[in-house]
Design a protein around this ligand. Structure first.
Ligand code: PGA
Length: 252
């Protein structure tokens, strides 16, 4: 099973997001092979959840808070996300870490609250260009995962997705090579084996690649055995690119 997660960021206005979602639901999804989540902006998430209802497409959020309800002005409750049909939630995207100062402690609390509500967290991790050049990326990624997963219990059929997204590859048109991503996926898998019970690390955790994935390179990533899917930003708001990505995923 390969995951295709579309991170629409705030690249489109809500009316454009709704128009795109209505076109996307006409696309074929081989549900035996692919799981697809559309993660729109919050303004259109509920409408899009309704559009995707009874289709093979899931809806995801781009962020959430770590408390379900109360006096938290401007925050988004994981419980409320679940109640409107949301399935996945991105947590710790590098754009939030850098623009909003999201810390490892915050990310850890978000993951725990998302799991408590039965949402599937997609934890985003990745090194910046300096960290890459200094050779510290394995350590950085391992540390990000260790901190994010402190006291996180994954039981039953609960899933955890980890997206390896090198910061230098996001939105740059310069993806990591497949070899680089496969290498890092092995580091991540080993980290999970060290942190989680064996069966959980093996059966409940999936590792995706993100950063300049498009219709021209997606098949290389999806064909790599250790890559369980892709997180797509820019190319996911381009209907033609996204349709092609899905077609390729259906045929892997
Ligand atoms: P990109 O974004 O595909 O535009 O590089 C990926 C992401 O930020 O999740």
């Amino acid at each position: 099973m390969k995951y295709i997660i579309a991170n629409w960021k705030i690249k489109l206005a809500p009316v454009e997001e709704i128009r795109l979602a209505k076109k996307i639901i006409e696309l074929a999804v081989d549900q035996g092979k692919v799981k697809v989540s559309i993660n729109p902006s919050f303004l259109s998430l509920w409408s899009i959840a309704q559009i995707l209802e009874n289709t093979p497409f899931y809806v995801g959020a781009q962020n959430c808070f770590w408390v379900d309800n109360g006096a938290y002005t401007g925050e988004i409750s994981p419980e409320h996300l679940k109640s409107v049909g949301c399935h996945y939630v991105l947590i710790g995207h590098s754009e939030r870490r850098s623009n909003l100062g999201e810390s490892s402690t915050m990310i850890n609390k978000k993951i725990r609250c998302a799991i408590d509500n039965g949402l599937v967290p997609i934890l985003c991790v990745g090194e910046n260009d300096d960290e890459r050049r200094s050779g510290s990326k394995d350590h950085i990624i391992r540390r990000e995962i260790e901190m994010a997963l402190q006291n996180v219990n994954i039981v039953g059929t609960q899933k955890l997705l980890i997206a390896y997204e090198p910061i230098w590859a996001i939105g740059t048109g310069q993806p990591a090579t497949v070899q680089e991503s496969v290498y890092m996926h092995k580091v991540i898998r080993q980290t999970l084996v060290d942190l989680l019970p064996d069966e959980t690390a093996k059966n409940n955790a999936f590792i995706l690649y993100g950063g300049s994935v498009d219709s021209a390179n997606v098949s290389d990533f999806l064909r790599a055995e250790s890559v369980d899917g892709v997180l797509v930003g820019t190319a996911s708001v381009d209907y033609k690119q996204f349709a092609k990505i899905l077609e390729i995923a259906n045929n892997i």
